[in-house]
Design a protein around this ligand. Sequence first.
Ligand code: PLP
Length: 483
Amino acid sequence: MSKLIFEMGGKGRRAFRFPKCDVPEVSLASVLGENNLRTAPPVLPECGEVDVVRHFTNLSQLNFALDTGFYPLGSCTMKYNPKINEDLSRLAGFAEMHPLQDEEDAQGALEMYYGLERALSSVLGMSRFSLQPAAGAHGELTGLMIIAAYHRSRGDHKRKVIIVPDSSHGTNPASAAIAGFTIKTIKSGPDGLLDLDALAAALGEDTAGMMLTNPSTLGLFEKDIVKAAEMVHAAGGLLYYDGANSNAILCKTTPSMMGFDVVHLNLHKTFGTPHGGGGPGSGPVGVVEKLVSFLPYPLVGCKDGRYYFEEKDPLSIGKVRSYYGNFGVLIKAYAYILALGAEGLDEVSTTAVANANYLLKRLTPAFDLPYGDGKCMHEFVLSGQKQKDENGVSTLDMAKRLIEMGYHPPTVYFPLIVHEAMMIEPTETEALETLAEFADALLQIAEEAKTCPDKLHAAPQNKPVTRLDETTAARNPIVKYTV
Ligand SMILES: Cc1ncc(COP(=O)(O)O)c(C=O)c1O
């Protein structure tokens, strides 16, 4: 483990030199009062400039990032984030605007907002979008509030149940619960797909709607989606599309063609904007015509070439975030869409699915594929159960060995319906050589599981830390140096 900065340097070393004081000196006690002064000097590192520069430069290189290596984290769509989008979102005309600036002085920003809404509506086949929600899960909550408001507006107060399949992303039932619904989980069929009998049994007069992602988190396209949509609608419910997996369907099909009423997108996946530390998220919500009135306000309209904030609809669920959403992220997504155009977006999906199928084909000789027929959409879920049973090597061991080999591991132990799950999503932005090297690495690991399992149990050996108690590391990180 590298040294902390507190453990470096020596007494009296400095990385700075103050200029000579050119104002009269004043004692701190006379300003703050004697009682408010420290009794002992603070414990601060004392280092020379070169030590400080090396320390922080080394720290900055400890993080694994998309810009440093392959990141096949299933369900997260860790695609490359084009740098030109960063430049565009930092243009002074955008970045230095005040959110309360007058409409007349904000025509460019409003045009961008309007253009992005139109583009998303057309790509996803929805009537309108709200760009306010700040993340995928926030979009889910917004969409569910719209579903609740729709039923309320019809005086249909008994619809309190949201149906989710057992392969759904964890945020789906969580968002539904926060929106005040009761959750009914239905089991997937033996093929990992929606089981229409289970759906029929779950539907009733209390059904508010069903939440689904298609392709599912197993990377499988729900072949019965149109039938399922008809069944939910016939029971009086609405269909919610978790669009976080839209990377697989861009310009191929749309949620509205599948029968969905409400959609959220993760711009920080499908539309190439950074995740987490690289910038905040954004989870726009789109709806079909009959739900437009319930969208959060403000929406931006355009008349005779002039952009303006539309009047609040009396049925609107209100605001779900301050001002207009994560504006800088919206600019990046719009730039991404304009740069690619419809043809480029279509190619995104084609390549994302082709890349996933290449890896699937290379890896299935060594790993189990519990669901699917050997073909997948943008991602797939393998199982490390065979390695566990035959060699005592867990999926966690293999993930740690991948870290040692310089890769970010896939998502592991999710979805819950696959034992020892490894969920792999390469995305369209990776070259064939990168995919081939990654497949070689995982196949080597499968061999090592047979020949030298202890190597996998002990991995990673070349990182600052080896195995952590992951829950404690996430919940109670030690971020303060104690003398
Ligand atoms: C299928 C799916 N739905 C919803 C979400 C939630 O998105 P967010 O993390 O932006 O809240 C994710 C995130 O990974 C996801 O993969």
